[in-house]
Design a protein around this ligand. Sequence first.
Ligand code: QAP
Ligand code: CO
Length: 204
Amino acid sequence: MSENTFCAARRRILANRITVRGFNGGTATNKGENQSAMIREILEYPDPRLRTIAKPVDEVTDDIRTLIDDMFETMYDANGIGLAATQIDVHKQVIVMDLSEDKSEPRVFINPKVEVLDGDLEAMQEGCLSVPGFYEDVKRIEHCRITAKDRNGEEFVLEAEGLLAVCIQHEMDHLNGKLFVDYLSQLKRSRIRKKLEKLHKQSA
Ligand code: QAP
Ligand code: CO
């Protein structure tokens, strides 16, 4: 994947969403713009709360569905493609994702488990809503099978490759308190940390 693929893909996704909004003449019919859902604050690296290990969800209740709605609202508002509950300081095993250009493919993963189907590693440029403005190559398993529950508590199995496989592994890392910067060299990671700390001080 080339250097600018991530940015280009995001620009494309954004341009498309703006068009969709214009077409509808409003936001009411757009998925992820649920009237009652709330945009939550996204924790940013190096916030120590991002290191918390998430607990499995016992039962998919209305409270969990409210959490899911808020997570979509927060992710779409920030122009993200994936968000783990950890990132909004809720330490439950819940992930939301939408890799489409028009918010048409919302996906929910509750208590996800990953099984390696092909141990080959593939490098892809990653970003993270908790590490805004930084994009780096990370090597991850190319082909995996995910078992998880959906928003109705139904179990499903999904084979993933490409961006979907990368994104699910990235988000599952969040549930285990891990960030993509942990895969980088110490030097790169500390540069990112220092730049973000400086920004946080400025906006405090
Ligand atoms: C994880 O990341 C991911 O820095 C999801 O200024 C990303 O949604 C997995 C974002 C890439 C695989 C490949 C980041 C938005 C979004 C930023 C995201 C930013 C605005 C990141
Ligand atoms: Co992330």
